[in-house]
Design a protein around this ligand. Sequence first.
Ligand code: G6P
Length: 437
Amino acid sequence: MKGLKLVIIGGGSSYTPELMEGIIIRQSILNTSEVVLVDIAGGKEKLHIIKELTERMVGKCGFDIKISATMDRREALDGADYVITQFRVGGLEARSSDEKIPLRYNTVGQETTGPGGFAKALRTVPVILEIAEEMEELCPDAWLINFTNPSGIVTEAVNTYSSIRCIGLCNVPINMERHLSEQLNVPADRLYCEFVGLNHLSWITKVYVDGVNKTDALFEEALFKENVMKNIPSVNGSREVVNILKLIPSPYLDYYFFEKEMVREEQESLNNGKGTRADKVKEVEKELFELYKDPALNVKPPQLSERGGSLYSEAALSLIQSIHTNDGRIHVLNVRNNGAISDLTEDSVIETNCIVNKSGARPVAAGKLPEAVRSLVISVKQYEKYTIQAAVNGDRAAGFKALLNHPLVHGADTAQALLEEIIEANKTYLPNFFRGR
Ligand code: G6P
């Protein structure tokens, strides 16, 4: 039987060894015969280092998986079975600007949430649509598994403008589940968590243990409060919020619920010369690529855990396994709503539990959004839809409406000023906004 051809766009990323580990672990199930790493000219050196390291990883296991590296995306896509996208348009420099510009307006400076995510979406949507168009021609039956952030927006853009089957992924839900499983001391296979929301804006709304709905009981239990609450991430007040809402939030909800504190922390870090997350990631990347060059290294090094992508390979490859083997397992994914959340339009991409088999990912009906967070989700979805319009058409008015609808942007003047500064800072990547000017 013909083996699978997997294409990784953004193959020169420091994350790729993690993905390779997932491919190797599943070789007896997936029978991958070829992995093509694709990157752009600016990433040539990194691409080469990653190719050699992943070849050593495969060689160590004695598998017959051909690894190739190319800057010719069309050649790579030809005949692909799965295309995994994990690219970053503009690299870490653009991320750094995404994080810094909003802080000048006392607004959250984060790569996916708030105006930073907006800027990233403007750069990314046109590129993912180009990839989808090439796929329509060169591998129309392939699955597009998208990790590129902002994952929900990018996935909705593909679903709206392309016939390619695209599933959006994020490693947050799988990490939240694993975390809960550890804290409750219940093995993952006895635990079922229901997720509702959007990417980086989702909550666990129900927790089942051995098929029994334990949500209310858990929130009452002292043990849950002791073990789970104290691990609810980062800032003061989170535990109280969780306890009142009776919803377990994605860590990204801190940006909404504790906005002022998050902005203050980010500004402090910048003023103290520590920079933003992009600056830290640049250092980690440097260290990782030095390690990756070592010809004796033939496994994923533990230092990769300094990046935020833990379990992302597990999320991606277990999804591919479910499609490939038609196993009907449930995964938490970013897919077209299709009525699963009754408060959102059918074409909205949501993050929720899905049944996965060879015909794709079907969201499980979730009904209404929890009332306490309903309007927040609806506003962010509206922001996402305007953002896609802005990115596709180079439409400043849509861009303004996007930021105006974003709960973290306060006031029309701030929205307007942010829009102009973001477009100016990203002009090399936004030809759509400058056509005919
Ligand atoms: C988490 C998020 C990802 C994001 C990553 C950033 O895993 O779910 O969407 O890309 O963090 O990690 P980094 O190491 O780049 O800050």
